[in-house]
Design a protein around this ligand. Structure first.
Ligand SMILES: NC(=[NH2+])NCCC[C@H](N)C(=O)O
Length: 337
């Protein structure tokens, strides 16, 4: 069975492999020993914190483990609130109208304005599933169990959540939007800039990023074309989030112009449709396929399971109960797969 659980220090080697496999442009998993170890330590602190009444510095990071082999097959995270200790940046697509009645000229123009509008918002991040496991809806489980975690522990998250989607770049990591920034402002390549933000060194953004609004029309056509567009590999993830209710509201990444999608947490489909019932352990007949989790923080477990639902309970098999650390009478939360 594939079980999702909080990351542990002994998962370091597996997380490092995920970072290597995820390649260029995957900002939150840079190949950097220090950063990855800090990430694990931060997650441990977050899961260890028992009484959290509002979102803060917590960075929850989970791994998916194949219980048959003990191997980590992927990871997935939630930042409780971004931008609280360091600025968190976006470009906001806006409009200005230049109009002269006397001359009978009217021009509506798109602009990009640097902003920190998502400060304090929760972020779904760091979803990576290793290639051989990209089947049987494992990716959906690895993304959507987070909605169950947020539904169960509402007080730990902001009212709103975002996800930053990877923008357009080619197989060498060349991004048309970055190309324009590089030429006029940064003089370093995309991978280097992405890596620096990934390891948390963002001072250069404040120093070098164009802070005055930019007229989109003045960008090179190749750069204009990719604003708000996702990388081909990211299309399925975007579709899944859109099904959950996430929407593009005109915020794009400052480097590759990939879209950021947002949602009110209470309106996420899997949050609204998830339910919580006490567990009975026993044989499951004619069960339905769900994502199921226990309701603990430090000992959180989630996975795909067959359950049978009665008015008062859900029945789970002894194997599932053991894998998800559920005992007879414990509360469990679930949502249809
Ligand atoms: N693709 C990137 N690395 N973009 C830069 C990081 C953007 C992110 N919103 C932040 O402020 O941390």
């Amino acid at each position: 069975m594939l079980v999702v659980r909080p990351i542990q220090p002994q998962d370091y080697a597996a997380l490092y492999e995920c970072a290597v496999e995820s390649g260029y442009g995957f900002t939150s998993l840079p190949v950097d020993e220090d950063l990855l170890r800090r990430r694990i330590a931060r997650a441990q602190e977050a899961f260890a914190r028992e009484h959290v009444s509002e979102p803060g510095e917590e960075g929850y990071l989970f791994v998916m483990e194949d219980t048959e082999t003990g191997k980590v097959v992927g990871c997935s995270g939630i930042e409780a609130a971004v931008g609280l200790t360091e600025a968190f940046y976006h470009y906001r697509l806006g409009k200005v109208v230049h109009h002269s009645k006397s001359l009978d000229v009217y021009n509506a123009l798109e602009t990009l304005t640097l902003c920190n509008d998502y400060t304090g918002v929760s972020e779904l991040c760091t979803l990576f599933l290793r290639e051989p496991f990209r089947k049987n809806q494992n990716g959906r489980v690895l993304s959507r169990f987070r909605m169950l975690f947020m539904a169960e522990f509402k007080e730990r998250f902001s009212q709103f959540a975002i996800a930053e989607m990877r923008g357009v770049s080619d197989e060498n990591g060349e991004s048309p939007f970055w190309g324009w920034l590089e030429k006029h402002f940064f003089s370093m390549d995309f991978n280097q800039a992405d890596y620096l933000t990934g390891i948390g060194e963002k001072a250069f953004v404040a120093e070098l990023m164009p802070t005055f609004p930019i007229y989109v029309k003045m960008l090179e056509p190749q750069a204009q074309q990719v604003i708000g567009k996702v990388h081909d590999n990211t299309r399925p993830a975007l579709r899944m989030l859109e099904n959950e209710g996430f929407r593009f509201r005109g915020y794009v990444d400052i480097f590759d112009a990939g879209p950021t999608v947002e949602v009110e947490v209470a309106n996420i489909k899997s949050v609204r449709e998830s339910r919580r019932k006490p567990v009975q352990v026993g044989p499951v007949e004619a069960g339905s396929d769900v994502i199921l989790c226990n309701t603990r923080v430090a000992d959180f477990r989630a996975g795909r399971a067959q359950i049978q639902e009665t008015d008062e309970h859900i029945i789970v098999s002894p194997e599932v109960a053991a894998a998800l650390l559920l005992e007879e009478g414990d509360a469990a939360r679930f949502v249809a797969l």
